[in-house]
Ligand binder design. Structure first.
Ligand code: APR
Ligand code: PHB
Length: 389
């Protein structure tokens, strides 16, 4: 087999990149280890920046998102009794879209045939070859047969555990990482949200987040030590804890219901540099992870894919080699700013076990400052809504 761009991984990054390239008439093939059902069973964050919404619009597959998604003009930081509203619409003139990331993946998967995007699911033993040459290739096995695709470029969209990042030699690449001493225990339930906007709460018992998927489906989280097991959290125990941490106002409007999903996700900040080596480009979770505070994961993947598709189109159409050479620096400049924002919001809203009275006073002072300063709220709003690309 031969193509122009071989894409490893059919998560949101790989599907979005494949669709954008096909829309520009570039040949590409996506190679994925899992089945479509498995990919769609992953439940993840649900706040989209304008860049992500605009890419779906550009592809003409924004219909369901526009019909079912909830545009939000603000969100809230709760600190004990106080609710600090960040009026993102007044402060930036923009909104975010609350729409599940899984739904974006579903929309992209459904549209793939109309773009002529070939996705090969259920592959094993994916390996990348000759990425430092002008003729890289990818091999895999499927149903016991070895297969190979020759390409002009390979793009690793294969998430944190995929093989693409590891194909960059140790002498060239380096990773920077921060692991947090807690995870988020999440619950999804078919109950109306307790508030019309998201609430991120810093309570003495720990962090909580009230989010939603629609006017009838809610998503809530609390932070828990990494030693906790999901089996120890009955639905009732989790609802009780959410009521306490989110405060009396949210508790009064909270509706309980059986969990459709309940799981614990550890928090991590991670960046692998550079995001290109030879003819291999990395996009999305293959290159970086953010803690979910601020919901930047999918949105960062979308901006990587935007830069990567522009660089690939420029190279493949006009042989513009500078575009590919500049990809990593351009993508990383935005990645590091989103890493900083996700880290600082995590720092502000969680009680770290190693923190003492001084660190707590710093949190209180920062929340006071945010409550009293429009400049501080504006800085949060412009990061939350997404920095320019
Ligand atoms: N061979 C082929 N495919 C692979 C391999 C492999 N060896 N390893 C992983 N993959 C696939 C995974 O099965 C998955 O479908 O790559 C895909 C990576 O998808 P994601 O992990 O969703 O990463 P990405 O598409 O970059 O998404 C970024 O979505 O996953 C969330 O939290 C993430 O919000 C972030 C955003
Ligand atoms: C979610 O709805 O799952 C969600 C929302 C906002 C976040 C993280 C997760 O910051």
């Amino acid at each position: 087999m031969r193509t122009q761009v071989a894409i490893v991984g059919a998560g949101p990054s790989g599907l979005l990149l494949g669709s954008l390239l096909r829309a520009e008439g570039i040949e590409c093939v996506v190679i994925e280890r899992q089945t479509p059902d498995h990919i769609l069973s992953r439940i993840r964050a649900g706040v989209l920046e304008q860049i992500t919404v605009q890419l779906m619009e550009r592809l003409g597959i924004d219909g369901r998102m526009k019909a079912e998604g909830l545009p939000h003009g603000g969100f809230n930081l709760a600190d004990g009794e106080r609710l600090i509203r960040i009026d993102i619409e007044a402060l930036t003139g923009k909104q975010v879209m609350v729409y599940g990331q899984t739904e974006i993946t579903r929309d992209l998967m459904a549209a793939a045939p109309s773009f002529g995007l070939e996705i090969i699911y259920g592959v094993q033993d994916v390996a990348l070859h000759d990425i430092e040459s002008d003729a890289p290739s990818v091999t895999w096995s499927k149903d016991g047969t070895e297969q190979r695709i020759d390409a002009q470029f390979v793009v690793g969209c294969d998430g944190f555990h995929g093989p693409s990042r590891r194909a960059i030699p140790d002498a060239v690449g380096r990773s920077l990482e921060k692991v947090y001493p807690f995870g988020w225990l999440g619950i999804l339930a078919d109950v109306p949200p307790c508030n019309h906007e998201l609430i991120y709460a810093n309570h003495e018992r720990g962090f909580a987040l009230a989010s939603m998927r629609s006017s009838t489906r809610s998503r809530y989280y609390i932070d828990v030590p990494l030693t906790e097991r999901v089996e120890d959290w009955s639905d009732d125990r989790l609802w009780d804890e959410l009521e306490i941490r989110l405060g009396p106002q949210a508790a009064a409007s909270m509706t309980r219901g059986p969990s459709l999903e309940k799981s614990i996700a550890p928090l991590r900040s991670f960046v692998s540099e550079p995001m290109r080596h030879g003819r291999l480009l990395l996009c999305g979770d293959a290159a970086h992870i953010v803690p979910p505070t601020g919901a930047k994961g999918l949105n960062l993947a979308a901006s990587d894919v935007h830069y990567a598709s522009q660089a690939l189109v420029a190279h493949l159409r006009t042989n513009d080699t500078d575009a590919i050479a500049g990809y990593s620096d351009k993508a990383l400049a935005r990645v590091w700013k989103a890493e900083r924002f996700s880290w600082s919001l995590t720092r502000l809203m969680h009680r770290f076990p190693e923190d003492g009275a001084f660190e707590r006073r710093m949190q209180v002072a920062e929340l006071d400052y945010i409550a009293s300063s429009e400049a501080a709220r504006q800085a949060i709003a412009e990061n939350y809504v997404g920095l320019p690309i």
